[in-house]
Design a protein around this ligand. Sequence first.
Ligand code: UDP
Ligand code: MG
Length: 313
Amino acid sequence: MDVSIVIPLLNEDESLPELCAWIERVVTLQRLKYEVILIDDGSTDNSWKVICELSEKNPNIKGIKFQRNYGKSAALNEGFKASQGDYIITMDADMQDSPDEIPELLKTLSLGQYDLVSGWKKVRYDNTFTKNIPSKLFNAAARKMSGIQLNDFNCGLKVYRSNVVKSIEVYGEMHRYVPVLAKWAGFRKIGEKVVEHRPRKYGVTKFGWDRFVNGFLDLLTIFFVGKFGKRPMHFFGLWGTVSFAFGFIVFLYLTITKFMFAVTGMTERPLFFFALLAMIMGTQLFLAGFIGELITRNSSERNFYLIEKKIGL
Ligand code: UDP
Ligand code: MG
């Protein structure tokens, strides 16, 4: 099979027939062997019924129905697991991503020999203040922290080589950072292509204000786990020791002044409390690192490595 088109959806019954017809038009024109995997992420409208009808008419259309709403990341993850194509395309179900971009995305991927190509909604039809401006800031921070030069991390429209999606696990709300997950798995050739973005035709957006809070916290997680996930002591241990040593030296100084120079009123000096705080914080940080180490040592993934090739085995 050439391409698998993975589409997570939550309450998008109005868009589905139009979207599938459009995809079908594009891939038939390109003579691609394809499958469309629609993941119903716990919809409460008629989405699943529509998926069943579409699948009956066209066996290339397949569906997965979640028992409840687990989120876009979970839906993508299941779609990736089920996909059989050589290339995997993801897009949103709300028709904000145009299926007409599929051939060009595939071309960019193979010409540039990329592992994945991400869409870039350069001209965006969303609210300027609630979406466009925050998303610019967001992408700048994500670029800085991940070292991946993408303008639009969270674009729903992306194309991957099959081995990329089979190597990664999208969990929590990490769908915003799939390129980062891919980079962690060793896929460094990440490309970008400007894609057409369209206004939402039916339904409403499924992500509210909490997207910024969650997105920002996830970015910190990505950064931290990427850097220190397998060696937490190198972060907490270092700063814990620095803080403790600092407090200890200050205490030493205070003690010397008390006993050798008979300076009194030690507990009224700000320095005393500063040193106390530094030593307590240092111990806490150190312990956090130590516990982190113990957890990673007991984790089932402590010796999990992705192996690309083997010979003679
Ligand atoms: N979606 C999903 N599960 C969720 C939330 C959203 O599968 O819990 C799907 C949604 O149906 C759509 C895509 O993720 O196909 C992107 O969502 P949306 O268009 O609401 O996001 P926006 O374009 O506003 O960022
Ligand atoms: Mg949308």
